[in-house]
Design a protein around this ligand. Structure first.
Ligand code: CO
Length: 457
């Protein structure tokens, strides 16, 4: 029997409708989902935290507590980026620890963490803290293809992940590029080499994910991630109902309750229709796009790049930029294209093409990356490129967070007027400007009205 994690209320709306589902909508759906028979419901973390405060004027911690009230049987799962948590830089260990503590206290059962570079030193604190506070810790390996991302590479990584103390392992195929034959091989080898449960997370973007899921299931994967049909397919996960129906009566049957799924679907359709009407769900994101198999560019990264190019009036350079991406990726040691690396590589490719000279300009993040501040890439970076950008500066080789001072208590003092709880301090730690605006509104510390216009940017 394969188990199912329902992702519509996290990755589904993050991938298809800019993470705009409201807490009321998420709670309404989760109250039905609780009776489906899922292994877990992923409903928190990723972009939901920032989007709740920034676009919905909602407290993400309230969402977690409200969902917990209606999910009595099913485990709740969240996703965060190890030492990056949900932001774009590395945080000190005390912030990571407190974030795990408060997530679990407020209702999370399973914490899935990953690192964009698969540098497991960046996951150590998250694993330790999750276990310390009684949570289940899943580590996801960021799947990508390159000359260095061989089966041996992933097996060694999986073994290290198991040794680190993860309760389960996930193959995180954020771009949806894992092909069926490769899934058969990868899952078979991992099932032989490690003993913790194995999960597969993919995206339907390229149109191959259902085939890949079936191949992985036949090869012995224990859990797969799917999204209820109105928010499935395209850049989101494959459909929950389709997969459950496809496996019905086989030895892999996930035994979901179809009556409950039939009840959930019209409820979700109503919600999704609203986002189609207000333009947040762009039909293009529902299309099958096999081109990503060539360029490996996840959906979100592609739309960012298109925006950067059209802002510069340079859409005619689109193909050049697409071709520059694999070159930048190689120069940077083949990082998997997942946040924050996808943004860094995408922006650098745009800069390299538009400036007419490679690495004439680069972002602070790329400079930090070359200083070693994000960890160790799978392959060495191009030394000529590094010298051009950071000269002969020292490159750190220790765990980046070892150089960070504790931050939590300092933030708590600094924001004593607007942070009423440790949860508020964490919101500020992760998204200082967004959270400080949000908390001022929440506690009536400023009278300028919330600008509703922003909600639909
Ligand atoms: Co995903």
């Amino acid at each position: 029997m394969v188990r199912i994690v329902e992702t519509s209320v996290r990755d589904g709306h993050q991938s298809l409708l800019a993470t705009r589902m409201t807490t009321e909508e998420v709670v309404r759906l989760c109250s039905i989902f609780d009776d489906v028979g899922y292994h877990a419901i992923e409903m928190w973390g990723g972009a939901t935290f920032d989007a709740a405060m920034r676009f919905l004027n909602e407290d993400p911690w309230d969402r977690l507590r409200e969902v917990k009230k209606v999910c009595r049987k099913t485990k709740l799962q969240m996703l965060f980026r190890g030492q990056n948590i949900l932001g774009y830089r590395h945080y000190s260990d005390d912030v990571v620890d407190m974030f795990c503590k408060k997530s679990i206290e407020n209702g999370i059962d399973i914490i899935r963490v990953f690192d964009a570079l698969n540098d497991i030193r960046n996951l150590k604190q998250a694993v330790e803290s999750t276990k310390k506070y009684g949570g289940e810790c899943q580590i996801a390996l960021s799947y990508t293809t390159s000359p260095v991302h061989t089966i041996e590479y992933f097996v060694n990584l999986a073994k290290d992940i198991e040794k680190l103390g993860a309760d389960s392992l996930c193959i995180k195929d954020m771009a949806g590029i894992l092909l069926p034959e490769d899934a058969t091989e990868l899952v078979s080898v991992l099932k032989r080499e490690i003993s913790i449960p194995l999960e597969l997370h993919s995206h339907a973007t390229a149109g191959v994910s259902e085939m890949t899921y079936l191949a992985a299931i036949r090869a012995g994967v224990d859990i797969v991630d799917t999204s209820l049909s109105p928010l499935s397919g395209g850049t989101a996960q494959p459909s929950t109902q389709a997969l459950a129906a496809g496996l019905k009566g086989t030895k892999y049957d996930p035994k979901l309750d179809f009556d409950v799924l039939h009840e959930a679907e019209p409820e979700m359709t109503k919600i999704v229709d609203k986002y189609i009407r207000n333009g947040l769900l762009i039909p293009k994101s529902m299309e099958v796009n096999p081109n990503i198999l060539t360029y490996q560019v996840p959906g979100g990264m592609l739309s960012n790049m298109i925006r950067q190019l059209s802002d510069q009036g340079a859409m005619d350079r689109y193909d050049e930029v697409l071709n520059e991406i694999p070159r930048v990726r190689k120069d940077l040691g083949y990082p998997p294209l997942v946040t924050p690396m996808s943004q860094m590589v995408g922006t650098q490719a745009v800069l390299n093409v538009l400036n007419g000279e490679r690495y004439k300009m680069c972002t602070r993040e790329v400079r930090d990356y070359l200083h070693g501040k994000y960890g160790k890439p799978a392959a060495p970076v191009n030394k000529v490129v590094r010298k051009k950008i950071i000269g002969f500066d020292d490159v750190i080789t220790c765990r980046p967070a070892d150089l960070l001072e504790p931050e939590f208590e300092k933030l708590k003092k600094r924001y004593a007027d607007i942070a009423k709880s440790d949860e508020d301090v964490l919101s500020l730690a992760l998204f200082e400007n967004v959270a400080s605006d949000f908390l001022k509104r929440k506690y009536g510390k400023q009278d300028n009205e919330y600008d509703e216009f922003e909600m639909y940017i």
